[in-house]
Ligand binder design. Structure first.
Ligand code: COI
Length: 360
């Protein structure tokens, strides 16, 4: 194995390369979300009150104590990002990576974890992508998914903040998260977040708590869940792994960021693009009664989720209190227009008038 050291201002990143790449074993025409990983990953440990030296090493299992906080109390936060080849293949780009860095640290603060320096986050991602750039897929709808995460690793099973952490970045070629329009069940029983909780943090526990209700929804024939707020079980919150948008009377409506929903970077980008196109965007509470009424009167013309992994995904059916409501995704004109614009900016097909794209 060859070893080299990239000097950072604050931390060196030691690079240990694989002996043999697994690139030739990957079927780029069949890429389910999140199952394929590249040759390398970045790891950096935190102890004695600071981040220690980082290492890019062959992708593989890590060895940590079974007593680590993350296994028992779930001290874990993560991010989701994507890298693309520019359309003209002149370079590799990231989409608004600074926002992901800021949000990772915001989530870390909420979960009582140390923040990651910007240089470690950015350089870790860039060095890793540079090394494994052959894993970036060219197929339409595919990209290189980037998953930075931090976990509590102190071997101690008392309930308190860990004093050791691991910051890790794994990357891999991936297809779209859902890849088709989805149906969702609207629960008036289970919730994912409530005020004063940590629904706006990208914390592992926010997702763990959704698994059982989602499995129940699948048994009833739905792909995922449209969550309502925790207090009244009345207002739309998030949908599946995404932020939710409705088009009613030609206006876009999405729940406001009230601390219970993820402050999605795709959500923010979609709002900015939509406003730039001249659409009215309302960030406000939207009740399930308003959604049902708008559906029944024909004013609800589109319903879609947005997120890094899923991009913009149509919802063509929702079930509430034993009744199903259908929407025709072929008529989702605004969702299609927004998706085309977003993807065109991300892949540098059109001018990046918002200054969102960053070269690797
Ligand atoms: C993303 O959209 O990138 C996310 O992080 C959601 C994830 C749980 C798939």
């Amino acid at each position: 194995m060859s070893t080299q050291v990239m000097e950072l201002e604050t931390l060196p990143i030691v690079i240990e390369k694989v002996k043999e790449s697994k690139l030739s074993k990957i079927d780029f025409n069949n890429l389910p979300f999140g199952k394929t990983f590249s040759d390398h990953m970045m790891v950096c440990e935190y102890y004695d009150g600071k981040w220690q030296s980082a290492k890019i090493q062959p992708y593989g299992n890590i060895s940590i104590s079974p007593a680590c906080n993350v296994f028992h109390y779930g001290q874990a936060v993560f991010e989701g990002m994507k890298a693309y080849y520019k359309e003209d293949e002149s370079g590799i780009v990231l989409f608004r990576p600074e926002e992901n860095w800021k949000r990772l640290n915001k989530s870390a603060v909420r979960m009582s974890m140390p923040q990651v320096p910007e240089e470690l986050f950015m350089e870790g991602i860039k060095q890793l992508i540079e090394l494994d750039k052959a894993f970036i897929p060219a197929q339409e709808g595919s990209s290189l998914y980037i998953r930075p995460f931090i976990i509590g690793t102190e071997p101690f099973i008392g309930v308190r903040t860990s004093d050791r952490y691991l910051f890790c970045i794994i990357i891999g070629p991936t297809g779209p998260y859902y890849g088709e329009p989805i149906s969702v069940l609207v629960y008036d029983t289970f919730i994912r977040a409530t005020k004063g909780g940590y629904g706006n943090a990208k914390a592992a526990g926010n997702y763990a708590g959704t698994l059982y209700p989602v499995e129940q929804a699948k048994k009833l024939g739905y792909k995922d869940v449209l969550w309502l707020d925790g207090e009244h079980k009345k207002y739309a919150n998030e949908v599946g792994t995404m932020n939710i948008f409705f088009v009613i009377d030609g206006k876009l409506i999405t729940p406001e960021t009230d601390g219970t929903i993820l402050e999605g970077i795709t959500r923010d980008s979609v709002i900015k693009i939509a406003k730039d196109f001249g659409y009215t965007v309302e960030e406000r509470p939207i009740s399930i009664d308003e959604i049902v009424d708008a559906h029944d009167s024909g004013k609800l013309t589109e319903m879609f989720g947005v997120g890094t992994a899923a991009v913009i995904n149509p919802i063509n059916r929702f079930g509430y209190k034993g009744k199903d409501y259908l929407l025709d995704e072929n008529k989702f004109v605004i969702a299609q227009q927004l998706k085309k614009e977003l993807v065109s900016i991300q892949k540098c097909i059109i001018e990046d008038r918002f200054g969102w794209v960053v070269e690797v």
